[in-house]
Structure formats: structure tokens, C-alpha cells
Design a protein around this ligand. Sequence first.
Ligand code: GTP
Ligand code: MG
Length: 398
Amino acid sequence: MDPSEDDSVITQEVLEDLKELISAQDLPSAADNIKHFLDQQDRVELNIAVTGESGSGKSTFINAFRGLEDDVEDAAETGEVETTKEPKAYKHPKYENVKFWDLPGIGTLKFKADEYLKLVQFERFDFFIIIASDRFRECHANLAKEIKRMKKNFYFIRSKIDSSIDGAKRRKNFDEKKTLDIIREDCVNGLREIGVEDPVVFLISSYHLNNYDFNSLHERMETELPQHKRHVLMLTVLNITMEIIERKKKALEKNISRVALLSAGAAAVPVPGLSVAVDIGLLVNETQKYKTAFGLDDESLQKISERSGKSVEFLTSVMKSVVCEGITAGSIILLLKQSSLYAAEEAVEEVLNFIPIIGSAVAAGLSFVAVSYMLKKILNEIAEDAKNVLLASQNNPM
Ligand SMILES: Nc1nc2c(ncn2[C@@H]2O[C@H](COP(=O)(O)OP(=O)(O)OP(=O)(O)O)[C@@H](O)[C@H]2O)c(=O)[nH]1
Ligand SMILES: [Mg+2]
């Protein structure tokens, strides 16, 4: 979609948001509460346990999820021989509160499932990922049963799907869909037998996360997490499919009303030449967050380049958003100038009904509308660029 088509930023939804954010408070108290909410959101922790038999691909999956190659510093060690003997936490490179816990392989332990879970201190995990690289076995059943008994959630992954497909290709009458169905059925039946209702099995290749079921796995994790943890899981995922980019955009969009109101709060400074007063630093920061979340910062582009074999210059050549060149107070003011032109009088008036502060009301109303408009436009453009970069990394020649 062309971002300019989406001018009507003051939708009913935004007004409802605003009503709720302000409720009976004055602007400074509402801004304080929002600041608290956003600070908390940045500090939310997520602890994801990855378990399964030794050699099933746990460490490789953790690296792939974090967008790291297996052989870089900070990557979880992987290999043909047993490598993970103690629970070890790996932080997400951009969101350090998100930790992936690489647990020892279940097959080699002499412990029973309940002892194993106690040993790894299961309470600290938000949920488990059980990885199986072959048939569904008793050790998977025991572990799944025990995790359920401990009232924790788990997701069952059948890994190394790329090599299963390669193997099946050698047979006559190879049919990819049939092969995948058979693999899935085996695990689904195993889980059903131990009493899991509607079992779901995710077929994954850590070498090609954008294929098979990674997207649905991530979507499912997101919907099943408590509300306050969803945002951070959404931010951490790599932009490897169009669906993920869209979901990420929706998650960031939810904060726009809050950030717009906060920017019109205590730290608002009048912008010369405009009848708005905003906290420019906050807006620079928020825009930078979009860029990082969509993997358009220098470091992420470098990694995409290494993974795809396409040069950084080629990847940046498909980016069109003005903020991709660099985000400064000056560039934000320029965008704000354009956005305040779009701030229709009726919209400002509607907003004013909710911002009951005499004196600065008009400026606050106008600022809210202009900032909301600007952030939405930037977010749309950056998400479009993320899609362009994704396509460029997959298809185009160098
Ligand atoms: N083809 C293919 N190979 C994989 C995949 N994931 C892992 N492997 C390979 O499987 C082997 C074991 O992977 P690891 O990630 O070390 O397995 P692990 O479960 O962490 O093993 P332990 O730490 O010993 O319990 C390595 O040689 C990986 O390269 C995958 O998606 N596809
Ligand atoms: Mg390992």
C-alpha cells in the first residue's frame, strides 16, 4: 500500500485509545502513566526454554531464531557430538531481556522427566520448546506430559525438515506435501496419545526458517503469551516473511497514540515555525526503534548481507524511507512540519475534547494529531522498506 493513501490517522480507534489514555486525568498525569507503561514494556523479560534429545538441533535453532550464524562469537555451540551439558542462557542480540535457554539433551540424561525439569529450574521459563529431529519417542511423551503437569506451555518442533525432505527425494514418487504430512502425523499422534488436545506440531528447518512452519509457530507463541509479553516477542523475531513484517507493524502501531500523547507532555518544547510543542528526543528514539525492529540498522543489514550473499549497497538501494538515511532532530522536525499540514482542523477539535488543559490545549491537540500522523507514516514507510529488503535479499541479482 502507498503510505500516502493512509492519511486518516485520527480514526475512531485512535480517539478511543486517547479517551482511555486520558480518562479523567490531566495531560501531565496521563503522560506520566504512559511513560511508566512504556518503560515497563521495555523491561519485560522473556525466558524461553529449548529442550529435546541430544543432537536434535536445539542450539542451531536458538542461533537461527536470534539471527546468528553458528560459528560467530556469542552463538550457541553446535555440532555432531554432544555439546550442551548445562542450561545456558543466550540473550537476543538486540533485546537483552529475551533469553533463550539451551537445555541439556533429554535422551542422554539418567534423570526422569520430573527430575530433569526440577534440575533446569522449570519455574523460570515462560514456555518450553521441545525439539525432535526424528520419530516421536517415549522421552518426548514423558517430557511433554511433565511440562503440562507443571502447568507450563510447550511447542513441539520437528526439526531438520530440510534433510528429511532431501532424504525423501531419493525415493520414487516423491511428494513433498505427503512427506510433510506423514512426519507431522507421527508427532501429532504421539502427543494425542498422551492426552494433548488438538496437538500442533511445527515443522522447522533452522537453515531455512522462512520455509515451513516457523511463521505459524511464532504467531502461536505470540497469541498464547500474556498480553504484556507479546510486544517483546514480536520485536525479537527476524523479518523473514511478509506476514511477520505486517504483524510487527501492527504491534508497533499500538504504541503510536501513547507516544504521541507522551511527546506532547512534560518535556514538550515548542517547535519554531510550527504551532506544535513536542519532545523531539522521544520521537527520534521511537523512530530509531522502528528501524532496529525492522532490521534496517547498519548491523542488521550487515547480517542480512552475510546470510543472503547480497551486498549492503544493493540492500540499501531498495530502501525509500527518508529516515533510513539517518534520524536526527532536524529530519524529525522536517517530517513534523509536513505532518502538521495534514492535521485537519476537525481532527484537532475532536482530539481537544479529550485534552482538557486550558492554555496549551490547542497546541497539545495539534501536536498529538501531527505526531500520530508522522509516526504512522514513518512506520508504514519503514515496514515497506523491510519488505523491499526481504525481497531483494531473496530474489534479485547482486
Ligand atoms: N540439515 C539440518 N541440520 C541441522 C538442523 N539443525 C541442526 N542441524 C545439525 O544437527 C547437528 C546437531 O545440532 P545442534 O544444534 O548442535 O544440536 P543440539 O540439540 O544442540 O545438541 P546437544 O547440545 O548435543 O544436545 C549439527 O550438526 C547441526 O548442524 C537443520 O535444521 N537442518
Ligand atoms: Mg546444543
